[in-house]
Design a protein around this ligand. Structure first.
Ligand code: H79
Length: 463
């Protein structure tokens, strides 16, 4: 529902409460709704990008097991499952919202949704092609949905037969193929696994249209279903770089902790995302598409979409521009985070062309400018619009988004002596004139921005 439609429909229960409030305070129903919305939005905006329970476990900040992840900075997320078949349309009706939520949004009965498995036959799936795209994009790790909230397993599970090998005409295990390709092409491989919500399992969280929430044995579901499945994932696919748990919701601290220990017991080097819940993850997870305002002193990651949906939707054409995506990557890295950027392949196994185009363009930019992204930490210049900064020992990288007229870059004071300045894209590293005034240094660059998206200037610094 959009406000352009002119009217927003409240549920009957809400209408009653709003009318009662309006009566009590002598206002109109519209005034009450506007007042309440203002308050709710203020509260929403005040929320930190990283929720408390999804932040990093104490002690993990210095953990060397995260060193590869800290250096990687950019990963590929893949949302792929049965929801790619309806692709946002159910019985001829467009279902609003993110595509992988269609079962929930349309309250599709489990017995009906299950039938999709019989149609799932992604004959165009090619693991080598997907991994090679990640590689060309400059992404260093790949995380794919082994089981999303709909409960369908995209890998061969022995714990139930609601999985891609046993229930579809395809009959192959794409996770096996992807794990092998990642190994071959030198990309780390990890699994998304929905540990709390499972709309298929009678004891999983959130399906209240097929099952009675009050009757559920959630603890039994964690112990007898989730744990054996996590064990399978960590046993049958070689080294797993991380498990990306999501939407902790009702999971208890004891349950989160026992999952964490299970993962580390089977693969000590496997990281666990902050959405394990209860502040127990190896690294913090920002909200979907949420970027913190400032640098954050934990290891953190933003999962994000290129259009609006995660799982493929036929009608979602709201693609972000390459400029927007590159600047988001740089913005995140300049604040100490990783960017896990999603693609939603079709039911045939094809990554949408607009995603491919943008990822390749990001890769081209990173081929030239990757030195200022990978293995960097937040730089000294923070909180300005025109520029982001990253650092490595001996070097400060200025990512200039808005090129000043005339090309004079006024760099606010940094506490180190600048020995040399040059454009990262210049293979000969020709020195740019550097002068200083009382407030900092001035780098004389070309009159026009060499790169309209982000021109990187390297400052070689002492110490
Ligand atoms: O996997 C992706 C999403 O499916 C998942 N996280 C990313 C990485 C996610 N799970 N929950 N959410 C995101 C929040 C979803 C909220 C909403 Fe809705 C779903 C808003 C609209 C559809 C539920 C149904 C709340 C309102 C209506």
């Amino acid at each position: 529902m959009t406000t352009e439609e002119g009217a927003i429909r409240l549920t009957e229960a809400l209408q009653k409460r709003v009318n009662a409030l309006a009566k009590a305070h002598g206002g109109t129903a519209s005034e009450v709704v506007c007042y309440l919305l203002e308050r709710a939005l203020r509260e929403l905006n005040a929320r930190p990008a990283i929720a408390e329970g999804r932040s990093q476990r104490e002690g993990a900040r210095e953990d060397p097991r995260l060193d590869w992840w800290r250096a990687a900075r950019f990963g590929m997320f893949i949302h792929w499952g049965l929801y790619a078949i309806p692709a946002g349309v159910w019985k001829g009706e467009e279902i609003p919202g993110i595509g992988e939520w269609i079962m929930y949004r349309a309250r599709i009965p489990m017995a009906e949704y299950e039938q999709l498995a019989k149609e799932f036959n992604p004959v165009k799936f090619d693991a080598a092609e997907w991994v090679s795209l990640a590689k060309k994009a400059g992404q260093k790790y790949l995380v794919i949905t082994s089981k999303h909230h709909d409960g369908f397993c995209m890998y061969k599970s022995e714990v139930g037969d609601y999985n891609i090998v046993d229930a579809t005409p395809f009959g192959r295990d794409p996770m096996k193929e992807l794990a092998a390709e990642c190994e071959r092409q030198g990309i780390r491989f990890g699994f998304y696994y929905s540990q709390t919500q499972d709309w298929h399992h009678p004891d999983g969280d959130a399906n209240d249209w097929d099952y009675d929430e009050g009757e559920k044995d959630f603890a039994g579901y964690i112990d007898n279903y989730v744990k054996p499945q996590v064990r399978e994932l960590l046993t049958n696919y070689g080294p797993t770089c991380l498990i990306w748990f999501d939407t902790p919701k009702r999971i208890t601290a004891e349950q989160s902790s026992s999952l964490l220990h299970l993962v580390h017991e089977i693969q000590p080097d496997c990281l666990v995302s902050g959405r394990l819940g209860n502040t127990l993850g190896d690294y913090a997870s920002a909200g979907d598409n949420a970027i913190p305002e400032e640098a954050v002193d934990v290891d953190w990651e933003t999962p994000a979409t290129i259009n609006d949906t995660w799982g493929f939707k036929t009608h979602d054409h709201n693609w972000k521009s390459t400029e927007d995506l590159i600047r988001k990557l740089v913005d995140i890295v300049s604040k100490g985070g990783n960017y896990l950027l999603n693609v939603g392949p079709t039911a045939e196994g094809v990554i949408p062309q607009p995603s491919v185009d943008r990822l390749l363009a990001m890769g081209d930019w990173l081929k030239v400018n990757g030195e200022a992204v990978y293995e960097t930490t937040p730089g000294p210049i923070q909180g300005v619009d025109w520029c982001r900064s990253t650092v490595k020992p001996g070097k400060v990288y200025l990512h200039v988004f808005e090129w000043p007229e005339g090309g004079e870059i006024k760099v606010p004071e940094i506490d180190k002596e600048v020995a040399k300045a040059y454009l990262l894209a210049d293979p000969s590293c020709t020195a740019l004139p550097v002068s200083s005034d009382g407030d900092g240094v001035i780098v004389k660059g070309p009159a026009q921005a060499p790169d309209a998206i982000d021109t990187v200037i390297v400052l070689t610094v002492e110490g």
